[in-house]
Design a protein around this ligand. Structure first.
Ligand code: B12
Length: 225
């Protein structure tokens, strides 16, 4: 199967919720040495199509559940194969969680795996995490990064509460260098509304942005000394 064809076929089979066929192609691509991240991105496009069908009323909740299950099974195969590109020692600590009221965790699990590959330690707080729990964990562990995942537009207020409580109740010298929000519906407007430092709809980009921000902060601290 050529390069364009396998991608289109996975997207189509994913959109049709054909779990067996999707896994067959994924296994084949992995055997052929395909980049695991490329496979994740293609499958993400497939579930996006399922979301659109759901919006048009062509699929019901069961369709979303099935799409989530297919993606989960793909990730079980693919994520363990992500290459470690970190510096060997810890790049920093990330406190990560899906915001209050939201149980979408597939994207969070991908970004968690990527942070680990890049040498970060990750404390994963799970799903439906209330602002107070983020604050408690930030106070206890003093992470470099707080990552908030969300996929529901109804979650924006909970993100804003989380960011505000972290910024207002944690002493300046114990603040995380970066609060980043991620998820399929994120945008610059959401970042501004919630008060986060960074936003992304793409896990590799999110990790890159965090690495840059941490390097900048460490550089600035070095200059002050
Ligand atoms: C699978 C799915 C589900 C599954 C979730 C399973 C699971 N364990 O996660 C189930 C069935 C549970 C579900 C439930 C619901 N869902 Co749903 N779901 C989806 C679907 C199809 C895919 C989501 C997904 O996993 N995408 C793939 C991942 C990999 O993408 P991602 O999250 O964006 O993550 C990537 C980046 O954003 C980034 N990232 C993510 N988080 C973070 C965090 C950080 C820090 C960083 C740096 C990066 C980062 O990294 C990832 C990789 O690049 C989407 C449709 C779509 N457009 O995708 C709808 C969708 C999100 N769901 C939707 C809805 C409405 C619901 C329900 C309300 C339905 C209902 N009537 O009950 C419930 C809500 C439940 C709740 N309280 O949370 C809507 C949301 C609409 C809106 N405007 O809010 C969508 C968009 C469908 C639609 N088009 O209408 N859903």
């Amino acid at each position: 199967m050529n390069n364009v064809l396998w991608k289109e076929t996975i997207i189509e089979q994913m959109a049709d919720l054909q779990i067996r066929k999707v896994l067959e192609i994924v296994n084949g691509r992995l055997e052929a040495g395909e980049d695991p991240l490329e496979i994740v991105e293609v499958c993400q496009e497939g579930v996006r199509r399922v979301g659109e069908s759901y919006e048009r009323g062509e699929y019901f909740l069961a369709g979303l559940i099935m799409a989530g299950e297919i993606l989960r099974q793909v990730l079980d195969r693919v994520l363990p194969l992500l290459p470690a590109t970190g510096r060997g020692s810890s790049s920093g600590l990330v406190v990560l969680g899906t915001v209050r009221g939201d149980i979408h965790d597939i994207g969070k699990n991908i970004v968690q795996a990527l942070f680990r590959c890049h040498g970060f330690e990750v404390l994963d707080l799970g799903i439906d995490v209330p602002p107070a729990e983020f604050v408690r964990q930030v106070r206890e562990t003093r992470p470099d990064i707080v990552g908030i995942s969300a996929f529901l537009t109804t979650g924006y207020d909970a993100i804003r509460d989380t960011v505000r409580q972290i910024r207002e109740t944690i002493p300046v010298e114990e603040q995380p260098a970066v609060i980043i929000v991620g998820g399929g519906l994120m945008s610059e407007q959401v970042r501004i509304y919630t008060g986060a430092d960074l936003w992304t709809r793409d896990a590799p980009q999110g990790v890159r942005l965090c690495e840059e921000a941490i390097l900048q902060k460490r550089g600035a601290q070095g200059e002050e000394m």
